[in-house]
Design a protein around this ligand. Structure first.
Ligand code: C5P
Length: 230
C-alpha cells in the first residue's frame, strides 16, 4: 500500500536527528510532514530541505502573525524554498500579506481561524465579542476573500469550513485519533475516516503513528482507514 497524500505526520520533536529517525522509520508509508515551532527553534529549515530532496511534501506550521511587510517577506522566502503548506493567523491583513508573499509559487497559505485552545469564555477576554463558531465562520469567509487556499480546522468545524469554502478549499484537521489509539491530550478527537467524511482534505495525525511500537505499520493502518473515505 502506498502513502496517502492526505495524511500529514507532525515532527513534534526537539531535534532534527530525532525527526530524521521518525522519517526513516516511516519510510514510504508517509509522504507529507509537518515541521512546527519546536524544530523552528533548532534547525527546521535544514530538515525541510532534506525532506524535499527525498520527495516528501512539507508543511511549515509556524503560524505567522506580524506586520504585513514581515509576513509577506517570510512567505516569499518559504515559497522560494519549495515548501508546500504554510500557516498564518487568520487576520485579514496577515492573510493577505502571506498571499502576496507567496506570489505565483505553489506554496499554499492556510489560515488558523481560531486556536482550538480558546473557548467561548476566552474570546471576550482578548477583545472579541463572538462565539468560537461565529468567529471561525467569519474567518473562513475572510480567508477566502484574502486569497488563502484553506484553513486549519478542528474536525468539529470541518464541515462548516468545507460548506463555505467549496470543493477545492483545503481543510486541514489536527486532533485525529483512530479508535485503536490513545487520545493523549486531544479531548475532542475524531477518527481519520470521520474527519475526512466531515470535509477534511488532509488530516494531521501524530502520536498514534509516531509513538506506536511499529510506526510504519501504524501509518499504513491509518492510511487503510482513510482509503475507506474514497
Ligand atoms: O500527536 P498529535 O496527533 O496530537 O499531534 C497533533 C499536531 O497538530 C501537533 O503538532 C499539534 O501542535 C497540532 N495541532 C493540534 N491542535 C490544534 C492545532 C494544531 O493538535 N488545534
Amino acid at each position: 500500500m502506498k502513502a496517502d497524500r492526505r495524511l500529514i505526520v507532525p515532527l513534534d520533536v526537539p531535534s532534527v536527528d530525532e525527526a530524521r529517525a521518525t522519517v526513516a522509520a516511516l519510510g514510504d508509508a508517509v509522504s507529507f510532514y509537518k515541521v512546527g515551532l519546536e524544530l523552528f527553534a533548532t534547525d527546521g529549515m535544514t530538515l525541510a530541505h532534506e525532506l524535499k530532496r527525498q520527495g516528501k511534501q512539507v508543511f511549515i506550521d509556524w503560524k505567522l502573525h506580524d506586520i504585513g511587510t514581515t509576513v509577506q517577506r517570510a512567505a516569499a522566502v518559504l515559497a522560494e524554498q519549495g515548501c508546500d503548506f504554510l500557516t498564518v493567523h487568520g487576520e485579514p491583513q496577515v492573510m493577505a500579506s502571506a498571499v502576496r508573499g507567496r506570489g505565483a509559487s505553489s506554496l499554499k497559505i492556510l489560515a488558523v481561524t481560531v486556536l482550538t485552545s480558546l473557548s467561548d469564555e476566552d474570546l471576550p477576554e482578548i477583545g472579541y465579542d463572538s462565539t468560537v463558531r461565529a468567529l471561525v465562520e467569519r474567518r473562513v469567509h475572510q480567508a477566502i476573500a484574502a486569497g488563502c487556499d484553506g484553513v486549519i480546522s478542528s474536525p468539529r468545524e470541518a464541515s462548516l469550513a468545507r460548506a463555505i469554502g467549496g470543493r477545492d478549499f483545503l481543510v486541514v484537521t489536527p486532533g485525529v485519533r483512530p479508535d485503536w489509539s490513545a487520545k493523549n491530550d486531544q479531548a475532542r478527537a475524531a477518527t481519520p475516516l470521520d474527519a475526512l467524511k466531515a470535509g477534511a482534505s488532509h488530516i494531521v495525525c501524530g502520536r498514534p503513528i509516531t509513538a506506536a511500537n511499529d510506526p510504519h505499520a501504524a501509518a499504513l493502518r491509518v492510511a487503510a482507514e482513510m482509503a475507506q473515505a474514497g
